[in-house]
Every structure is written in structure tokens, then in C-alpha cells.
Design a binder for this molecule. Sequence first.
Ligand SMILES: [Zn+2]
Length: 97
Amino acid sequence: MFDIGTVYLLATGALLLVALGVGVRTLVAIFREGRERSRNRREGEIERYTEDPVYDRDSPDPDTDGAAPTTCPQCGAENNARFTFCRECAAPLGPNQ
Ligand SMILES: [Zn+2]
């Protein structure tokens, strides 16, 4: 007959086996995804956004390139030519002043 210690060991062992099965499957899935990601990165399928000029801080802004800054008619603050409202007093700057 099983004593309580043997039952405890069997139950603990069974739980451990289940946990190992789930854990190993999870680790294998993580490993596979990481391998796939590194392969995609090598092929340039991920992080393509780094080639987008929007994220390139050294390139000039195409919207304001060569355009003079707009002076606010209300407070005289200089604003980006793209701005619709003054950054200081929020007065409307008008279209393409
Ligand atoms: Zn202003």
C-alpha cells in the first residue's frame, strides 16, 4: 500500500512533469520566434522604418526646407512655417504667410 510520502512524491513528480512539458514548449516557441526575427532582420523585413526620412534627424524637413519662419502678427514670436497657430500665444497665423 502507498504511504502518504509516496503519494506526495508521485503527485509532485506528476506536476513537475506537466510543468516541464509546458515550460519546454514555451521555451521552444520563444526560441523559434527569436530565430525567425533575427532572420527577418537580416533580410531587412523588420526595422525598415530606419530608412524612412521622417525618422532621420539629420535630413532637412521637406516641409520647411528653405521656407522663412512665420512671425506671429499678435506677439511677434517666430514660428515654424508649417504652424497654423502661434506656439507662444496660439493666435492663428493664416495660410502660408
Ligand atoms: Zn503669437
